[in-house]
Design a protein around this ligand. Structure first.
Ligand SMILES: Nc1ncnc2c1ncn2[C@@H]1O[C@H](COP(=O)(O)OP(=O)(O)OP(=O)(O)O)[C@@H](O)[C@H]1O
Length: 272
């Protein structure tokens, strides 16, 4: 991140507690009898990049699935940019949100998964314009302009007229990132985006994410097992363990000087 962007972020982080862009308050989530998240409090500042790390099953994906409105919290509230996701006010009463409200708030969130799921019968450019035209209702011209800009950003300006099958997995994942950015979401979620890629393709995707992170403006929540990447890109790292935030802080503190044995043992797997 540039020095200027870092200063801006530092300033914004000072006010983060007053006005976070993402805020989980006392959120718990159970599936049947099993509680997978326990009393989660998590605030993310505008423009901040956070990495969620932790063992399999610790609840990382559930945290972001709730933000995507794919899972409903069992208790607690979640806000994005001051707007509640799963609840809304009816007068001064807090009531469960209806589908219309969920659809509206969902538009604030962009997500990139392991599986890029591009439409095989559409060109790369069309893959990136179909949602903004159909969901945001913007003109074809504006969608095309935005898509071209984002495809350039992810280094695929020369592939716009190609079809997904003509691209490598790494290139397809970069299209998926561009497709998300075209929607101009307030928050971008990345869930193990390199996990399904051949090892030699991982680097190019991580580099693209680092470039996007470096602009300082996009708020990002990243789930990753790439510890070096988390160190490079995240402003704060959160270690999830058994449904709770067990340790968090600056990457250099959490990753270089882990306090708990659980985190030491988790990290030692990556240094082996
Ligand atoms: N729809 C569901 N029904 C029942 N249990 C679920 C459901 N979704 C998740 N779980 C359980 O919740 C726990 C947390 O899952 P989650 O996917 O959030 O963990 P994770 O930390 O992202 O793991 P991984 O690194 O393997 O993706 C796991 O024990 C999982 O089996």
């Amino acid at each position: 991140m540039s020095e200027q962007a870092a200063k801006k972020l530092e300033h914004e982080n000072e006010t983060a507690i007053l006005k976070p862009i993402v805020s989980y308050k006392n959120v718990s989530k159970s599936f049947g009898e099993t509680t997978v998240l326990k009393n989660l409090d998590l605030d993310v500042a505008k423009g901040e990049k956070i990495a969620l790390i932790g063992p399999s099953g610790s609840g990382k994906t559930t945290i972001i699935r709730m933000l995507m409105t794919l899972e409903e919290p069992t208790s607690g509230t979640i806000e994005v940019d001051g707007e509640m996701l799963w609840h809304k006010y009816d007068g001064d009463q807090l009531v469960p949100a209806d589908e219309k409200h969920l659809r509206k708030v969902r538009g604030n969130i962009g997500m990139v998964f392991q599986q890029y799921n591009l439409f095989p019968h559409m060109t790369i450019l069309k893959n990136c314009t179909v949602a903004p035209i159909n969901v945001l209702g913007i003109s074809k011209e504006e969608a095309t302009e935005r898509a071209k800009e984002m495809l350039e950003k992810v280094g695929l300006a020369d592939k716009m007229e190609n079809y997904p099958s003509q691209l490598s997995g790494g290139q397809q994942q970069r299209v998926a990132i561009a497709r998300s950015l075209v929607m101009q979401p307030k928050v971008m979620l990345f869930d193990e985006v390199t996990a399904a890629l051949d090892p030699e393709l991982v680097g190019e995707v991580l580099e693209v994410i680092k470039d996007i992170a470096a602009d300082g403006e996009t708020t990002m929540i990243l789930i990753t097992h790439e510890i070096d990447f988390a160190r490079d890109v995240a402003d704060r790292v959160f270690f999830l363990d058994a449904g709770k935030i067990a340790e968090y802080g600056k990457p250099e503190d959490v990753l270089e000087n882990p306090e708990s044995e659980r985190l030491q043992s988790f990290l030692s797997r990556f240094n082996a």
